[in-house]
Design a protein around this ligand. Sequence first.
Ligand code: ZN
Length: 105
Amino acid sequence: MGHCPNCGEGRLFRSYLKVEPRCEACGHDLSAYRADDGPAYFTILIVGHLVVAPLLCFSFIWTWPAAAVVAVTFTAISVATLTLLPRVKGAFIGVQWATRATTAQ
Ligand SMILES: [Zn+2]
């Protein structure tokens, strides 16, 4: 939801995907959570199953000109990816918080 997993009040992201180093509400160290490539991997997995695979069921994929198919599918895939990526990253950090899987010693 874009909030600190520890208190649920402070912002999790400074910008689109940049995590705040420390929660402004409770002071929790958010820099200890390393998402790395995990959110991108899971976003690709989700978009692949929700958008790419179902697109193969629509006949326009096979009958429209290639440029039109690329324009439609690229738009759908881009919107789904850019919408899901911060949410998946937030969920990834939330799981790390819940399992205490941090880089902090
Ligand atoms: Zn907090």
